[in-house]
Every structure is written in C-alpha cells, then in structure tokens.
Write a new protein. Structure first.
Length: 300
C-alpha cells in the first residue's frame, strides 16, 4: 500500500517558484527561525566542514551559517528550481522525498521551515540519516500543529456559517511527539525536539495572507478546494479575526509554532543508555538500605 498523499508537491513547487523573485520582502520568519537554528551550532565543539541545507529557499540559511559550525562548504538544495537558482553557488533543485546524494556525504544537514510540506516524512528523515557521515548532525525546524491557530479557527467558523461545512484550508502539521517518534523510527540517535512559538501581529489580516504567499506557504493540501474562496466566507473569516483577536493596540496575532529537531547519525563513540537489567548495583544498596533510615517525621 502506498503512503497517503497529504500535500500536492507539484503545487508546493509552483508556489515556491512564484514566491522566489519577491521573497526578500516576506522572509522575516525564515530569517528569525533560521538564526535560532544556526545558534545551535555555537554550542557544538564539533566542526562540520561539509554541510547540506535542505529546502534552502533563496539562501537565507547560507547567510546565517557563515562563521558557525566550522562549515567550509555548503551545498544548498530546494524543491523549487527558481529558489535554488537564487540561492547561488553550489545549489540544485532536489526533492526532499528523493535525495540525490551518496550515503555518508555530509557532516551536517540543516533544514529550515521546509520539511512540513513533505508527504513521506519518515522516508525523508531516513534518507537524511543515510546522507550523513557517522556521528553527523541533523538540525531542522518545521511548523508545528498549533501554527496559525487563530486563522484556522476563524475560517472553520466562517465556513460552518456560510457553507455548512469545513474544508482543509490550513495544512496539517506534526506535533512534538510525532517529530520525536519519527526521528527514532528513522534510526537517529540522541534525538531531541524542542517547541517554541513566534507571534507576529498585523494591523490588517490581508498582510498576513500576503506574507504567506510571499514565502510560498499558502495551502497546498492535496484535498483542498480548487475553486476560489467564496467572497462571503472570506469576509466572514476576516470579520471574525478582527472581532475575536484584535487587541487593544489595534493589531491581530498570528502564531507560528516551531518544532526544532536535533539528532545524530549513530556512532560507536556516542553515549548509550544501559540495557535493562545490566545495572551492577542493587537498588537497596544504592539507597543505603532505606529501611534503616530514620523516619522523616516523628512517628504518631
């Protein structure tokens, strides 16, 4: 049985192709999250001479990675040929679901806000692990399940009122437990998943839509309605957004939940937990025979 198709990858590529020329005016989220991701390398004593940026957009991570992690050569790739062309030297168009790299090619693989559009995420993570050298590092961010919760709520309510049903308008995203389990399933060691939220405020909800289009992050769910949104539904959703979320400062929040994944390709030098039953000390001895300890309070 083939894996379910959640996202229309052809549509994802088209949207990113269209966004490539003007993304500089809308890439604030890519740069903010990418800067936090690059900071992870400052805590590493290891050097990563050959690195891959997977889903590179137009090279935002390349700018942020300069001087960090001991990177000497950075290969960039993106699903969108237009994005890859703008990324500059050593860039290519490639699909995260079918990586064209030989096993054990890279010391480091980064990915910033791209993997949430992948249908076969377990398969993509497995290929990433295979592309890493032993003891190679994988660090990535992706949008989590609470992303755009305000917008999601307003569109669901508007569609129920105006159309009597709800369509898949906002992409489904993984949660922190999903991400951790997938890293383990893909064979990574020492997996860690952190969750954070970034809230951006807008005076006009249409500016939020413009930023999403400008980053190539609009709806690409395979089951999405192909026709345009009804005018009455859109106006109702905008009205609900203002009524429910406009603050005293006149601005409305848009929340982006960010999952940050850190994991390593296994190597014999890495620490491993002891196997169950392999301990060499009796628990009672370790507790210094708790039965002989004095009562913490006077006995009644």
């Amino acid at each position: 049985m083939s894996d379910p198709v959640v996202f229309d990858r052809t549509q994802v590529r088209r949207q990113r192709d269209r966004a490539a020329a003007r993304i500089d005016a809308h890439d604030f989220l890519l740069r903010e999250v990418g800067d936090r991701l690059a900071d992870r390398l400052l805590d590493m004593t290891r050097k990563f001479p050959l690195a891959l940026d997977l889903g590179c957009h137009t090279g935002q991570m390349a700018d942020l990675l300069q001087g960090r992690g001991g990177i000497e050569t950075l290969v960039q790739c993106d699903l969108s040929p237009a994005m890859a062309r703008r990324a500059g030297a050593l860039s290519l168009a490639a699909d995260e679901e079918a990586l064209p790299f030989a096993p054990q090619s890279f010391d480091l693989v980064t990915s910033n806000l791209s993997l949430h559009w992948v249908n076969d995420l377990p398969g993509a993570l497995l290929q990433i692990r295979q592309a890493l050298k032993e003891d190679g590092l994988f660090v990535a961010t992706m949008l989590g399940g609470d992303t755009l919760s305000e917008l999601r709520q307003c569109f669901m309510e508007a569609e129920m009122i105006e159309e009597g049903g709800v369509g898949p308008r906002v992409s489904p995203f993984a949660d922190v437990r999903d991400a951790g389990a997938l890293l383990q399933r893909a064979g990574f060691s020492l997996p860690v998943v952190d969750v954070d939220s970034i809230t951006v405020t807008y005076g006009d909800a249409m500016r939020l839509f413009a930023d999403l289009r400008g980053m190539g992050e609009t709806n690409a769910v395979a089951a999405r309605r192909k026709s345009l949104t009804r005018r009455t539904t859109l106006l109702r959703a905008l009205s609900l957004y203002e009524q429910n979320f406009r603050g005293e400062n006149g601005r409305m929040p848009a929340t982006f939940q960010i999952l940050t994944m850190t994991a390593w390709r296994p190597h014999a030098s890495q620490q491993r937990p002891l196997k169950p039953g392999s301990g060499r000390m009796n628990l009672a001895d370790a507790l210094n025979d708790a039965s002989d300890r004095p009562e913490p309070y006077p006995a009644l």
